[in-house]
Design a protein around this ligand. Structure first.
Ligand SMILES: [Zn+2]
Length: 250
């Protein structure tokens, strides 16, 4: 039996036995969507165009928000084009069966929601909403898009800079308690497309007392003995094989 088929069968058996699964997704989950993995070879971190440390540093943002919004203009162009991948749709379908209780994500691209997932815990926030740094008025993405494209720095009606609800370096992650609870209550914890290099997301699997499975292309910062399954494969190809095995319509 080819390796992918064998791994997909093993994965499907674990899912069938699970009554309460949860997942954690990272940048690798969105690579096939055309959004460059920030840390990958072609990712923003390595493009040289922006310095990611400066880009997502809250002190830098407060000093010079224009630097961030130059990037945001680029990101917005990509954001319009990207669509959820098979993997995003797979996890949305799995949630509808009642088996998957929620998905924690390190991604800010809102692709899980676009695929129809409901319980999405965005640890690092997202571009979906933004907020005035003074009066806290909330702006939707559709309100922000024209502002990002036309103004050097989008400002609120009150005159103060608007900040997207993404988590910058120097800010605390969002909804960590809910993430830990999801992991803690799961009997199967699925890590997809994360190298677990960024804390505190990297520590969330420590709260999972049940089985842990990993699907990622490339090395991951987790002890191999904690894993019931360790799959290194293309995410979409792999989850297509799992969907076949489960006869899950995605
Ligand atoms: Zn305001």
């Amino acid at each position: 039996m080819p390796i992918r088929k064998e791994s997909a069968t093993d994965f499907a058996r674990l899912l069938e036995a699970s009554r309460s699964a949860a997942a954690l997704s990272g940048a690798g989950c969105s690579t096939n969507a055309g959004l460059a993995d920030f840390r990958g070879a072609k990712g923003l971190y390595n493009s040289g165009k922006y310095d990611p440390q400066k880009l997502f540093d809250i002190d830098e943002f407060l000093k010079e928000p224009g630097y961030f919004y130059d990037f945001a203009r680029d990101f917005t162009q990509q954001f319009k084009k990207i669509k959820p991948t098979f993997t995003h749709h797979f996890f949305s379908a799995l949630e509808k069966t009642g088996k998957l209780k929620g998905i924690i994500t390190q991604n800010i691209d809102a692709l899980h929601q676009k695929a129809g997932s409901v319980n999405v815990v965005e640890l690092h926030g997202s571009f979906w909403t933004s907020r005035c740094m003074s009066c806290a008025r909330e702006y939707s993405y559709s309100e922000m898009e024209p502002k990002i494209l036309s103004a050097e720095v989008p400002r609120c009606g009150c005159g103060v800079v608007i900040k997207p609800d993404i988590v910058f370096y120097g800010e605390g992650v969002k909804r960590l308690g809910e993430s830990v609870k999801l992991a803690c209550e799961s009997d199967l914890f699925i890590i997809i497309g994360s190298s677990l290099e960024v804390y505190p997301a990297a520590a969330i699997p420590d709260s999972a007392y049940g089985k842990i499975v990993l699907v990622n292309k490339g090395p991951v910062n987790i002890k191999a003995e904690r894993l019931s399954l360790n799959i290194s494969d293309d995410l979409d190809d792999f989850f297509m094989a799992v969907a076949d095995e489960l006869q899950l319509s995605v």
